[in-house]
Design a binder for this molecule. Structure first.
Ligand code: DGL
Length: 270
């Protein structure tokens, strides 16, 4: 019974941490496609090809259920994968929906028409590909009306995190927040819409100020996964061992993961 967690690189570890804490009995196999990160500057076809290849690698590890712990892949590839590619005995879940359900105060399976919600001005921080896809606004429109979304493509931030450059990552976070606040001076909520960004959550909060409620995905995704596995225990795969796999250079990737998560993590070659 193993579940796969996939990201283009290190960002999905923020989701991995939350799901592993919530479901300690489940072995998780993590796959970071560090050799091809960042995905956020690629086009949708490219992201689709890379993501399907990575998911197939996780099937080889006995993971019938894979969490795309990557907003960029969830935004650019997930719908196409679910509609045209996924076999019946496999499932792939994204990270967008739990976040939007929380923002719109909805529960899973609530299919009532969109309605007014308390949040009115939302700042979205995400990769250029996620922002370009408008997937967040599309999913939001199914559930809520009257919400103004201002999106900031955070160019360079994922590279700085992947390179382990905390000083540059902090400076970029500040400048992206400032750029957004010039266009939307008083957001009520901010979405960290890339799984790398919770690694910079302190810097986002400092730049946004205490009035802005920050939504970050890891705990929301963990709660959604627990609920999903209760309803669909058949998607616990046959794998028995948790592992950290990377398409990058395992020694480098382990060092950067250890630095950002402040605990030892050892990656193996995928
Ligand atoms: N961490 C990913 C996300 O949530 C992808 C970042 C990237 O590779 O650009 O969007």
């Amino acid at each position: 019974m193993a579940v796969g967690v996939f990201d283009s690189g290190l960002g999905g570890l923020t989701v991995f941490d939350a799901v592993a804490r919530r479901l300690p009995q489940v072995p998780f196999v993590y796959l970071g496609d560090n050799a091809n990160a960042p995905y956020g500057v690629r086009d949708a076809d490219d992201i689709y090809q890379l993501t399907t290849r990575a998911v197939e690698r996780l099937w080889d590890e006995g993971c019938d259920l894979v969490i795309l712990a990557c907003n960029t892949a969830s935004a650019a590839a997930l719908r196409r994968m679910q509609e045209r590619w996924l076999p019946k005995d496999k499932r792939v879940l994204g990270v967008f929906v739990p976040l939007i359900e929380s923002l719109t105060e909805r529960h899973w399976g609530d299919n009532t028409p969109p309605r007014e919600v308390s949040v009115k001005h939302v700042a979205l921080f995400a990769t250029p590909a996620t922002v370009a896809s408008r997937a967040f606004q599309r999913e939001l429109a199914f559930r809520a009306i009257g919400v103004d979304v201002e999106a900031q493509p955070c160019g360079g931030l994922v590279d700085a995190i992947e390179d382990g450059d905390e000083i540059l990552a902090e400076a970029l976070t500040r400048s992206h927040v400032e750029a957004l606040l010039r266009r939307m001076p008083r957001p009520d909520a901010a979405i960290l819409g890339c799984t790398h960004y919770p690694l910079m959550e302190k810097a986002f909060r400092a730049a946004l100020g205490p009035e802005v409620k920050v939504y970050s995905q890891p705990d929301l995704v963990a709660a959604a996964l627990e609920d999903y596995l209760k309803r669909h225990p058949e998607f616990m795969g046959s794998g028995t061992e948790g592992r950290f796999l990377t398409t990058g250079e395992p020694k480098n990737v382990s060092a950067h993961a250890t630095q950002f998560l402040r605990r030892g993590i050892t990656f193996e070659a995928a």
